[in-house]
Every structure is written in structure tokens, then in C-alpha cells.
Write a protein that binds this ligand. Structure first.
Ligand SMILES: NC(=O)c1ccc[n+]([C@@H]2O[C@H](COP(=O)([O-])OP(=O)(O)OC[C@H]3O[C@@H](n4cnc5c(N)ncnc54)[C@H](O)[C@@H]3O)[C@@H](O)[C@H]2O)c1
Ligand SMILES: O=C(O)C[C@H](O)C(=O)O
Ligand SMILES: [Mn+2]
Length: 539
């Protein structure tokens, strides 16, 4: 019996079990005699952590602690959020996904569902929950992991990683979450040929069979776990928006790449407007890489233009999309449903035939905002940035592709090329940039800054749905927190304050749910509901 407790990361306290607990729980003789406090454990583990040299080694070490003792892991993480975020989450997580089989030591309480065994869904979810009351699932089918593509079953790590951030940022109880990977096959040839690969060694299943499988997972999860908040992560471009549209009016659900990224970019642009003292509806927006995230962001910014009083046809004139083929035109039969509303007509341009690359498009339309979600490293060149800076005082440039190796530009280059004028945010954390005597702080436009607070707001308020009004409230609550008059100020609040502004976001979302009568239970006081929902690491 004692051994089961020590092996259960939700119950284990390791060397902190008291003498009495050791007696009562059958742990006598299973631990060295000295009883440590949680703080002593944290000190010891952090010292061990510091002996590791590479980020991958550091992550593997932290995951050992995670596997053994969730309380200790989150206490440690909460004291080193800025240092640990790029290690346990993006970008280091990309390495562990690419090398999942080689690095595997523990399934980390995730649920592995296979499209070849749909009848096993219910038992699998029950087994993984093991009697725990699950309030939040992050599910992926791993077809579009960050910008690194299709990683099949290996993608489970992104679900685990996103959930770790939920807890450290917003105090979501780690015993109430479940990471799920839907293994629907993989089109990654390297994995298919790899004898060590843990997933199904066949191509991705598509069409009705795929959608039926996802449906069955959703129905079963909803049945087993009442009041569930279901977060979709890193599905492929062909499915992500379809699934969101299918479920968003039926269940409490969220697509991080579409909605989470939309919120953080809107917040970043609102922050940029505070700094530049310009008006949102005067901006010209260019989306580079009009896939899941790119189209999701564009729609969120467009909705903001409508909210600020423009008609749909007025607003649409401010938006352009560039994908592989160049500027998107409405006569293109390959447009996705999400791209169509923003496609332009050829007769708007004298040089339509030349608008097949980003540079020509920038020269022609003079964007004031350029957001990259293209997975194309280095795509924001010096020429492009200088061209933007020639036509607007404070160009807003967000190279958001992850991980680091895929970013469209480096923050330091954007500042150098624009002579310090660009308002920059990146997808991954970057150091401050010193330029011409000013220290520029670079905002991190990563959905990790928003989805934890959003989730806390939804869960605490018992919201039935997550709708556009709640999403807009989240973006506005974050967009206001900048220091507009400080030279070099960032367009978004710093990760060091992640837990503070996650609560700000949660309040905005919960208040919106209450105002719209979208809650399952009556919420007398939103602040109290949020504080009561938060878990903190202690024994
Ligand atoms: N910072 C964040 O919070 C955040 C959130 C979501 C996604 N992202 C990043 O955005 C990137 C895209 O993710 P996604 O989920 O939207 O993927 P996706 O595959 O749905 O979209 C990528 C798009 O880029 C297009 N593209 C590819 N090559 C191009 C080229 N040469 N020129 C122009 N467009 C090109 C593709 O055709 C596709 O439409 C990834 O690197 C991901 O990490 C960042
Ligand atoms: O995971 C991240 O770092 C952000 C985002 O969801 C992505 O897919 O890149
Ligand atoms: Mn993602």
C-alpha cells in the first residue's frame, strides 16, 4: 500500500512524509529517516537542476520530479517561472517531441487513444483518470505540432506541457487535468520507418472515420467528466477550424492555436496602440502564413475593427493575407474557408500578377502591422522591414513561428533595421535588446500568456460555452497592461507576472460569462469563485 502512494505523483510527498504518515501509510523503511519540508526539497532539487548544462538535460531532470511528485514540481516551477518556461515548454519541448521514443521514461499520466481501437476510448479515459475528477483536458492529434509538423503519438508532450503551464500560471489543480493524444496515424515518413516509434505505423486516417473517432472521444469525455473544459491543441490546418466550428456552440471548448493566439496578438496590438498613440482602425494588417493560427488571429483583429465601429466591408479593406502562393486572391480554388473572407480581387491592383511574394506585397500595400505564422525562418528581411518603416512611424512586427529555429525574424534585427521604431513581439521568450542607448523589452506573443487565465475564468465561473465576447474581454484585459511612456517598453506584460495577469484575464472572462448568463451555477462573487478554484502547491 505504502509503495503505491510513493509511486503516485498526485499523492507522493517523498522525503517530506512525516513520521506519523510513514507509520499510518505503510511507508516505514521506504525513505531515509530525515523528514524534509517542502522548502528544503525545493532547495535540494533546484541545486540538482543547476548542475545540468543543456536545456534538454534540464527538462528531463524536471520531468523526473514531475513524474514523482507534482506538488514539489509545481512549487519549484512557481519559484522559477521565467527560467523554467522555455525549458519545460516551448522551445525545448519541441526537442522532446521529435525524440520522444529515444527519451521515453514515463507515460506521465496521459491518455493514448488509437483510431484502430475506438472501443477502448471509454476504458482508456477511465484508466487514466483513475477516479480523479477531471475538469480540463488538453487534446492533440499532433498533425501540426508548433511549426514542426506531424509527430503522431509523440505529440502527447505538447498536451502535457500546455497543462503544466495551466497550473503554474493560473493554479489549475494538476490532479484535475488529463493530457490526451489521439493517434490517428502519421504522415511523417521518418516516424513510419522508425522501429522505435511508439505510435501507429500507418498513414493518417482522414474523412468520416477521422471525424467519427474525434466525435466518439468528445462524447465519451463529456459523459465521463461533467463540466469539462476541452482544449484542442496543434491539430492540422484541414481539421482545426472544422472541429472548433463543430463543437464551439455545443460544449465548453477552446482551440488554442486559433483563439488563444488570436487573443494574445490582439492584446499585443492593443498594447502597441497604447505606445504609438495610434488608432486601431487606421491600421493595415498583413497576415503572413494564413493557416490555423494566421487565419484565427486575422479574424480576431477583424472582429475588433467591427467592435470599434467599422462595417464589414470597411473593415475588410484593411486586411491582406499572404500564404505560399503570395497574396491571396478570390479566384484561387485552393483557399481555405478561413482565408476566403480576406482574399482580394485582382482588379484592385495594377501589379496583381507580381504579388507572389511578401516583399512585393509589402511594397504594394504598405502594411502597418505584419504578423508571421508561416514557419518560414528569416522571411522578414531587412528590405521588408525598411520598406514598412518608410511608410509608418511605428511598424508593428510580430514574428510568431515556433520553435526558435522557425521564427520569421530576430527581435534584435527588427529593431536594428527599423532604427528602434518597430514594436516587436515574438513567439518564444527573447532577451532584452540594447539599441542606441535604449533597453527594449520584447513582449512574448505566445498563447501561453493567455490560455491559463482564460481556462481559470471558464472553470471558476462554470461557463457552459466560451464565446467571442468572453474572448474579446480576455484580450482587452491583457492589452491594457503596458507601460506606454517608458522608452523601449514591451507591448505585452512580462512572463514574470504570469500568475498575476492570469488572474486578471480570468476575472474578465468570468465576469463576461456571468453577465451573459452563461454559467451553470450561480456565481455570487467572481473574485471569490476564482480564488476558490485555484490550487497552490503545499503538503
Ligand atoms: N506564438 C504563438 O502563440 C503561436 C500560436 C500558434 C501557432 N504559432 C506558430 O505559427 C506557425 C504556424 O502554425 P499553424 O498551426 O498556423 O500551422 P498551419 O500549418 O496551419 O499554418 C501555416 C501556414 O503557413 C503557410 N506557409 C508555409 N510556407 C509558407 C511560405 N513560404 N510563405 C507563406 N506562407 C507559408 C502554410 O501554407 C500554412 O497556411 C507555427 O510555427 C506555430 O508554432 C505560434
Ligand atoms: O506552443 C506554443 O508555444 C504556441 C503555439 O500553441 C504553437 O503551436 O506554436
Ligand atoms: Mn499550438
Amino acid at each position: 500500500m505504502g509503495i503505491n502512494i510513493i509511486n503516485d505523483p498526485f499523492k507522493n510527498k517523498g522525503t517530506a512524509f512525516t513520521a506519523q504518515e510513514r507509520k499510518e501509510l505503510g511507508l516505514e523503511g521506504l525513505l531515509p529517516p530525515y523528514v524534509q519540508t517542502l522548502d528544503e526539497q525545493v532547495k535540494r532539487v533546484y541545486a540538482q537542476f543547476q548542475t545540468k548544462t543543456s536545456n534538454l538535460e534540464k527538462r528531463l531532470f524536471l520531468m523526473e520530479i514531475f513524474n514523482e511528485n507534482r506538488t514539489l514540481f509545481f512549487k519549484l516551477f512557481s519559484q522559477h517561472v521565467v527560467e523554467f518556461m522555455p525549458i519545460v515548454y516551448d522551445p525545448t519541448i519541441a526537442d522532446t517531441i521529435e525524440n520522444y521514443s529515444e527519451l521515453f521514461v514515463d507515460p506521465q499520466n496521459a491518455t493514448f487513444l488509437s483510431i484502430d481501437e475506438p472501443d477502448a476510448i471509454e476504458n482508456s479515459l477511465r484508466n487514466a483518470a483513475n477516479g480523479r475528477k477531471i475538469r480540463l483536458i488538453v487534446v492533440t492529434d499532433a498533425e501540426g505540432i508548433l511549426g514542426i509538423g506531424d509527430w503522431g503519438t509523440n505529440g502527447v508532450d505538447i498536451a502535457v506541457g500546455k497543462l503544466m503551464v495551466y497550473t503554474v500560471a493560473a493554479g489549475i489543480d494538476p490532479s484535475q487535468v488529463l493530457p490526451v493524444v489521439l493517434d490517428t496515424g502519421t504522415n511523417n515518413e521518418k516516424l513510419l520507418k522508425d522501429p522505435l516509434y511508439f505510435g501507429n505505423h500507418h498513414k493518417r486516417v482522414t474523412g468520416a472515420k477521422y471525424y467519427d473517432f474525434v466525435d466518439r472521444f468528445v462524447d465519451t469525455a463529456e459523459k465521463l467528466f461533467p463540466n469539462l473544459y476541452l482544449h484542442f491543441e496543434d491539430f492540422g490546418r484541414d481539421n482545426a477550424a472544422n472541429l472548433l466550428n463543430k463543437y464551439k456552440n455545443q460544449i465548453t471548448t477552446f482551440n488554442d492555436d486559433i483563439q488563444g493566439t488570436g487573443i494574445i496578438v490582439l492584446a499585443g496590438i492593443l498594447g502597441a496602440m497604447n505606445i504609438s498613440k495610434q488608432k486601431m482602425t487606421n491600421q493595415t494588417y498583413l497576415c503572413f502564413g494564413a493557416g490555423t493560427a494566421g487565419a484565427g488571429i486575422t479574424k480576431r483583429i477583424y472582429d475588433e475593427f467591427l467592435q470599434q465601429g467599422l462595417t464589414p466591408s470597411e473593415a475588410r479593406k484593411h486586411f491582406y493575407m499572404v500564404d505560399k502562393q503570395g497574396l491571396l486572391f478570390d479566384d484561387d480554388p485552393t483557399l481555405t474557408p478561413e482565408q476566403k473572407p480576406f482574399a482580394r480581387t485582382r482588379d484592385e491592383f495594377k501589379n496583381a500578377a507580381e504579388l507572389t511574394n511578401l516583399e512585393m506585397v509589402v511594397k504594394t500595400i504598405h502594411p502597418t502591422i505584419l504578423v508571421g505564422t508561416s514557419t518560414q525562418p528569416g522571411a522578414f528581411t531587412e528590405t521588408i522591414v525598411k520598406e514598412m518603416a518608410a511608410h509608418t512611424e511605428r511598424p508593428i512586427i510580430f514574428p510568431l513561428s515556433n520553435p526558435t529555429k522557425l521564427a520569421e525574424a530576430k527581435a534584435a534585427d527588427l529593431l536594428k533595421w527599423s532604427n528602434g521604431q518597430a514594436l516587436v513581439a515574438t513567439g518564444i521568450p527573447v532577451e532584452d535588446v540594447d539599441f542606441n542607448g535604449t533597453k527594449y523589452q520584447i513582449g512574448q506573443a505566445n498563447n501561453a500568456l493567455v490560455y491559463p487565465g482564460l481556462g481559470l475564468g471558464v472553470i471558476a465561473s462554470t461557463a457552459k460555452l466560451l464565446n467571442d465576447e468572453m474572448i474579446s474581454a480576455a484580450a482587452h484585459s491583457l492589452g491594457g497592461i503596458v507601460d506606454p511612456d517608458k522608452p523601449g517598453a514591451a507591448v505585452l506584460p512580462p512572463v514574470s507576472k504570469l500568475n498575476v495577469f492570469s488572474t486578471t484575464v480570468a476575472k474578465a472572462v468570468a465576469n463576461s460569462a456571468v453577465k451573459q448568463n452563461l454559467t451553470r451555477s450561480k456565481i455570487a462573487d467572481v473574485d471569490v469563485a476564482i480564488e476558490n478554484t485555484k490550487w497552490t502547491p503545499h503538503y
